[in-house]
Design a binder for this molecule. Sequence first.
Ligand code: FE2
Ligand code: FE2
Length: 146
Amino acid sequence: MNTVQWTEALWLGFDPMDKIHREFVDLLAAAQNADDTRLPLAWQAVVAHTEDHFGREDEWMRRTHFTSAENHILQHRVVLNLMRDGVGMARAGELDRVREMADELATWFAKHTQSLDAALALHMRRQPATALTRVRPKAASHATAP
Ligand SMILES: [Fe+2]
Ligand SMILES: [Fe+2]
């Protein structure tokens, strides 16, 4: 098994991204170490965290007009779609396939972090602090004015 673990090689020097990457490593390791009973929920937790993880990186790229955004965002979309398929596999009891996916994700994550994310982290370190502010989702249309 190719269990993910945090190493200094994954550190990119951009705190918001490093923090989310450490959380990702913890959650993926928990899924890889989970027994069959716990694996479906552990995998769902990885997927939910990854939706936020990729969403934040996509938002940083869009807001700062990062030149390599298109390829990076596409990679996120492809990987997240596969991970969502894994939720269905877990529900269907195909746990070996989910474990295989978790191992592949661990390998992919290290490569992605050290290439595309490293370039984004370097770019973000040069941005003003306002580029880090999260955009809040629009309020529901039925909300009343104060
Ligand atoms: Fe990332
Ligand atoms: Fe990324």
